[in-house]
Design a protein around this ligand. Structure first.
Ligand code: MG
Length: 405
């Protein structure tokens, strides 16, 4: 027992790349000792701040920093209703900060606390995109030159023209609402042509991935995965939305491509059956969206028992503290699969000194105690978060029907 208690819990919001990020700082009764965690739910960052400061702070002030699991369980039960994205992120921010503090107290990096390294660094995949197959091949070649071995290939993001009002480009009915329109059939045809071209240009020695982003009707997704088999992808990501997971057994029967699923998951009920029935090959949750390092470590062990590997969600809307938390898990579990990595901007590295480093396609931790990341609060404050409407979430089919983005 350390006799160290929580003095304050605060949310620190910053948007250095124009993307809203939420970090949590847990301060202790030892003036120099604090922990940082990631609580980034970019689309609802201000709601997460309220959950942290109005609800978790009064619950946690004065409690010992020692008992991370007890604090996690208490925080999860305290709202009675649980496992939504806002509350999970708030809990994650505290959970990761407490692991950071424990690491600092033990003078060990968090991956050591979790059992030590199974590997020195995490193999990553990066995102290549282009408006045409040729543009995409150029983007892939740039990554290959940097030593990246695994590359996600998209053409116009997820089915084309993300984030723009595209109703004029796609033939939609008169009076159709503004939105980010996409045509599923066209997307499938274009993507198959794209992979044909890419494999012809770069061969089969490079690992390629693809993200369907849950955008297809189940029967279309199943046939599309079957059609993608010939390109021998490392995995196909999010082929179906969480609301349609029952279709995964049909998909398994139709396609032999490895399946990765889960970036939208927030509740254990969403992954239990998929893993236990071996309907997916990679579980790719976003650690802060499920409540932090504590539940993610348990999920990884559960998946290990069924031969399912991890591919933790690593988009641009995550703090470097969150990336360090992902990395602590990646390094310390035997069933690590791959890590998605969006990179850090120079200003992000200044705000969060200690960012993990990418060398030849491997992401390395800095091996400092805890999660190893600091936060320059003054600099962070110069990039305030603001609410912006995300047009890409206004996804619509050609006839104007609103669908999941
Ligand atoms: Mg994805």
């Amino acid at each position: 027992m350390s006799n160290i208690t929580i003095r304050n819990v605060k949310a620190i919001l910053t948007a250095p790349n124009g993307i809203n990020l939420v970090a949590v700082k847990v301060e202790t009764n030892e003036p120099e000792l604090y922990g940082l965690g990631c609580a980034t739910f970019t689309q609802r960052c201000f709601a997460v701040k309220v959950a942290i400061e109005e609800y978790l702070r009064p619950l946690l002030i004065g409690r010992s920093v020692d008992n991370i699991e007890d604090i996690w369980q208490l925080s999860m039960s305290n709202s009675y209703w649980r496992n939504d994205a806002i509350l999970n992120n708030a809990i994650s921010g505290v959970d990761e900060a407490l692991w950071d503090i424990k690491g600092k107290l033990a003078n060990m990096p968090v991956h050591d606390l979790l059992g030590g390294k199974c590997r020195e660094a995490a193999d990553v995949y990066r995102h290549a995109d282009g408006k045409s197959p040729d543009e995409l091949v150029d983007s892939i070649k740039r990554y290959l030159d940097e030593g990246i071995r695994n590359i996600r290939c998209q053409m116009g993001a997820y089915g084309g023209m993300m984030g723009n009002n595209t109703k004029q480009v796609i033939q939609s009915p008169a009076g159709a609402l503004v939105g980010s329109y996409y045509d599923p059939k066209q997307y499938m045809r274009n993507t198959l042509r794209m992979f044909e071209h890419v494999r012809k240009e770069i061969g089969f020695d490079v690992e390629l991935l693809h993200d369907i982003h849950e955008r297809l009707a189940p029967s279309d997704a199943i046939r599309f995965c079957h059609d993608l088999d010939e390109f021998k992808l490392f995995f196909i990501e999010d082929a179906l939305p969480p609301e349609q997971v029952e279709w995964f057994s049909e998909l398994r029967n139709a396609s032999n491509s490895p399946i990765a699923m889960g970036e939208l998951f927030t509740h254990p009920l969403e992954w239990k059956r998929l893993i236990a029935e071996r309907l997916i090959d990679f579980i790719r949750v976003h650690v802060s969206m499920i409540g932090g390092i504590s539940p993610a470590k348990k999920l990884a062990s559960f998946a290990e028992a069924y031969g399912v590997r991890t591919a933790l969600h690593g988009p641009g809307d995550i703090t470097p503290v969150g990336v360090a938390a992902h990395l602590a898990i990646d390094l310390s579990i035997p069933n690590f699969g791959i890590q998605e990595f969006a990179g850090f901007s120079e200003i992000e590295k200044e705000i969060f000194p200690g960012c993990p480093e990418l060398i030849n396609g491997y992401l390395y931790p800095n091996d400092r105690p805890g999660l190893g990341i600091e936060l320059n609060e003054e600099l962070a404050a110069r990039f305030p978060c603001e609410y912006k409407e995300n047009l890409w979430t206004h996804a619509r089919l050609p006839d104007g029907t609103a669908v999941r983005p």
